[in-house]
Design a protein around this ligand. Structure first.
Ligand SMILES: NC(=O)c1ccc[n+]([C@@H]2O[C@H](COP(=O)([O-])OP(=O)(O)OC[C@H]3O[C@@H](n4cnc5c(N)ncnc54)[C@H](OP(=O)(O)O)[C@@H]3O)[C@@H](O)[C@H]2O)c1
Length: 337
């Protein structure tokens, strides 16, 4: 019997790379999409057995060709590239819109292109054959209180919004995978939200209330394991991928214990968070996200399935806890500053 084919969007990135490797290990044929077939990460994936194909999320025809013959598709879109690229910032300025709104438009269109292309291969897809990395719809889930949390709504407006409306038969084959806050955001460099104080202690400062648990996740290590587990579930469901769900003070306490330092969490106002952020537009977007995480919650108060539900169904779903991840990673960039 010939091997099943999964086509992986964003294969050179955190989530897509993890998915590609897990499905390769499970015996799938993996086709990975990239804009730059000759990058070092594309070459590394090719040497591991991924069939690398050039495709651009801005070009729906390239996606239609790349998806041909797929039994499964993994979809991910990256809000932060059009948000931060200097040429996109300049174009947003010319259009007289914020870079946040500009990035919403790009991410929405790229998601729509993925959905439109996936619809052309709906017949070859497995019963559970479209795995979409997404987030909750902040505007809808907050009854309009967070109407400009663009990097949430750009994803949710397509997966599942547009797919449900435009392609009911594709929707029946789709699983939506929400991802928690990435562990990988904290060990890169100190920033205005997580930093060393002059007295050697550390402070983490977000707008989230200290008593609200939020989901946390290892995208590069665990998106593959989670997606592979989801592929064995019935289709049409929505999940939260999280290795640890805890409050920010608990998250910080785990980190401080591992590193033998003292640290405290401080809830700040959105204005304070925006003020403390070097790039004001980033401040506005992330302050809204951390506030939304208080009420209704990062998941929008949706009833999402978790790794525990998957395990209850008898399917293995091993995820890395924050503590285990933090123990294994180098914190010197943060500790030394
Ligand atoms: N940070 C967090 O805590 C967090 C939490 C939940 C969700 N998220 C979401 O995660 C997403 C990013 O996921 P990630 O970290 O896996 O991404 P990533 O590591 O930054 O990789 C982005 C991938 O997208 C591909 N890509 C980007 N634009 C493309 C285009 N026009 N055509 C084809 N491929 C394109 C890139 O491929 P090439 O460059 O090779 O073409 C790359 O493989 C963001 O949308 C963010 O909102 C983040």
């Amino acid at each position: 019997m010939s091997k099943k084919l999964i086509v992986v969007v964003g294969v050179t990135g955190n989530q897509g790379g993890s998915v590609a490797r897990r499905f390769l290990a499970a015996g799938y044929r993996v086709r990975g999409l990239t804009r730059n077939i000759s990058s070092a990460s594309a070459a590394a994936l090719a040497s591991e057995g991924v069939e690398m194909v050039r495709a651009d999320l801005d070009d729906v025809q390239s996606l239609k060709e790349a998806f041909r013959g797929a039994n499964a598709i993994f979809s991910v879109t990256n809000y932060w590239e059009p948000f931060s690229r200097p040429d996109c910032r300049a174009e947003a300025q010319d259009m007289d819109i914020s870079c946040r709104e500009y990035a919403y438009d790009v991410e929405f269109l790229q998601g729509k292109n993925i959905a439109d292309a996936a619809a052309t291969v709906v017949d070859t897809l497995d019963e559970n054959g479209l795995f979409a990395s997404t987030l909750s719809h902040a505007d809808k889930c907050s009854d309009g209180k967070f109407e400009e949390l663009y990097h949430f709504d750009a994803k949710a407006d397509i997966f599942p919004g547009y797919v449900n409306k435009k392609y009911p038969s594709l929707a029946t084959k789709m699983s939506c995978i929400h991802t928690g806050y990435f562990y990988t955001s904290y060990n890169i460099l100190p920033n205005s939200y997580f930093k060393k104080n002059p007295d050697g202690t550390f402070t983490m400062a977000f707008t989230t209330t200290p008593d609200k648990p939020v989901p946390h996740f290892d995208p590069a290590g665990d998106m593959g394991a989670f997606t592979f587990a989801v592929s064995q579930m019935p289709p049409g469901k929505a999940y939260m991928a999280a290795g640890t769900t805890c409050t920010w003070p608990e998250f910080l306490e785990t980190w401080a214990k591992i590193n033998g330092v003292k640290a405290s969490y401080k809830q700040v106002s959105p204005e304070e968070m925006i003020e403390a952020t070097e790039d004001r537009e980033t401040g506005i977007e992330v302050a809204a996200m951390y506030s939304y995480s208080s009420d209704p919650g990062y998941d929008g108060g949706m009833n999402l399935l978790t790794a525990i539900d998957i395990q209850k169904a008898g399917i293995d779903c091993p995820l890395t806890t924050w503590g285990d991840w933090a123990k294994k990673h180098d914190w010197s960039p943060v500790l030394s500053k």
